[in-house]
Design a protein around this ligand. Structure first.
Ligand code: HEC
Ligand code: HEC
Length: 372
């Protein structure tokens, strides 16, 4: 997209010169593209309900984990681990992404496999065996037992608790998680960060993919991030990945020894789409280390060093990832810029359910007959 724009501009400049008009401005086409992330319109009562559900372990099969077990507010709604945990008894195979600004994405998960809406993402997060392993029908009945939920669903305009309204309320809450307070947005960047921004848009070429207010084009690329061997040396992670690959229809899934990424969407027979992952947002990175779909890069300095080396050595690596020849000063400036994209932690009561969730209510014995 960026390439098309630049080639169009180059063509236009050539045309102007040919016409005897000198081209004055060479400002990059995307300079005005960056800005604060706009907050989203939210229904307060539905979002408050979604917030309680997000922090409630009863949404998982054995009531051991909630969404917030992996998406931890003080860690930018990620978990600080290279690879995520999973439902008790298994282990995950991907890095937990931040949920800040996630409601504004065009496609979700590191491979972008859900391109519809957060309702579907919520369903997948609740029901998949490796995340919360919950049967939606059981969840609905469990939620109906709790008088506080019965009241909250009614007040939110949903009527009786249902699995459908759980899948609406949680996304409403996710919409409240918007970045704010970054030095970049407040015009408070240090000189080093300012120079880093120029490199980001120019010589380092980062803005070719990390564009817009969230610093992502929501597209998948192969940047050559090395495979995480832990997925194959830890049987619990391996078995989780094998099951996932089987469900996703990955060819030769018993023998595959790498995370194929967005290949599960396109299944190109020549395999040229293997190892593509979605461009992540670059907001709130200070809270969300380690980095990449598999947590293989520990720090922002290491990320910049990785790009400076020209990425990894994957046969499918995108041609835009190439050695950059940045000096150590320039690399430091880029890191300072990336840090300036982090803002306030979303850890106050506005974003976190602070009350204890009381589970000591009297269970309804004849719930099949019960009408609220
Ligand atoms: C066991 C840890 C775990 C739990 C519990 C969990 N998640 Fe996640 N979440 C992840 C991981 C790991 C990913 C990335 C998965 C992938 O790319 O395949 C993810 C991805 C997501 C995404 C997509 C983000 C993006 O940038 O594409 C959303 C939204 C999300 N989770 C919301 C939720 C919600 C809502 C719940 C509770 C209903 C939940 N998660 C429970 C670990 C977890
Ligand atoms: C060709 C597109 C492309 C270019 C150019 C690019 N990136 Fe990325 N970036 C990606 C993709 C795709 C990922 C995710 C890779 C993965 O998960 O394995 C990523 C990941 C990252 C991450 C990790 C974020 C996280 O939450 O894990 C950072 C930081 C980053 N890039 C910064 C940069 C910087 C700085 C530059 C310029 C030097 C740059 N990128 C250039 C596509 C690109």
């Amino acid at each position: 997209m960026y390439r098309n724009v630049s080639s169009k501009i180059a063509w236009l400049i050539a045309l102007l010169i040919a016409a005897g008009v000198s081209a004055v401005s060479t400002a990059p086409a995307d300079a005005a593209d960056f800005g604060p992330v706009k907050s989203m319109k939210v229904d307060a009562k539905k979002a408050a309900l979604g917030k309680r559900l997000f922090f409630d372990p009863r949404l998982s099969g054995d009531a051991a984990i909630s969404c917030s077990t992996c998406h931890i507010p003080s860690k930018g709604f990620s978990d600080g681990l290279a690879l995520a945990k999973a439902y008790p008894g298994s282990e995950g195979f991907r890095n937990t992404p931040t949920l800040i600004n996630a409601a504004q994405k065009a496609a979700w998960f590191h491979d972008g496999r859900i391109g519809t809406n957060l309702n579907d993402v919520t369903r997948e997060s609740i029901t998949e065996t490796y995340s919360m392993n919950m049967d939606m029908r059981l969840m609905q009945e469990r939620v109906k037992q709790d008088p506080i939920y019965v009241k909250m669903f009614k007040d939110a305009g949903y009527g009786e608790p249902s699995n459908g309204s759980v899948r609406k309320a949680i996304p409403e809450y996710l919409k409240t998680l918007t970045s704010r307070g970054a030095a970049f947005d407040g015009g408070k960047m240090s000189d080093a960060a300012q120079r880093g921004f120029e490199l980001f848009k120019g010589k380092a070429g980062c803005a070719q993919c990390h564009s817009g207010s969230r610093f992502t084009d929501d597209q998948p690329y192969n940047t050559g991030v090395p495979n995480n061997p832990e997925i194959w040396s830890n049987p619990l992670r391996h078995i989780t990945y094998v099951a996932f690959s089987m469900f996703m229809g990955i060819e030769n899934y018993m023998n595959i020894r790498r995370d194929v990424g967005a290949h599960i969407r396109s299944h190109k027979s020549d395999g040229s789409d293997i190892g593509k992952f979605m461009t992540p947002s670059l907001r709130e990175l200070k809270q969300t280390a380690p980095y990449m779909h598999n947590g293989m890069i520990a720090t922002l300095a290491d990320v910049v060093a990785f790009y400076n080396r020209g990425g990894g050595n994957d046969v499918n690596q995108d041609p835009r990832i190439k050695p950059l020849g940045l000096s150590s000063q320039e690399r430091n400036n880029l890191v300072a810029f990336l840090e300036a994209l982090s803002g306030d932690a979303l850890t106050g009561p506005e974003h976190v359910w602070k009350d204890k969730i009381n589970v000591n209510y009297v269970a309804i014995s004849d719930w099949l007959q019960k009408k609220n």
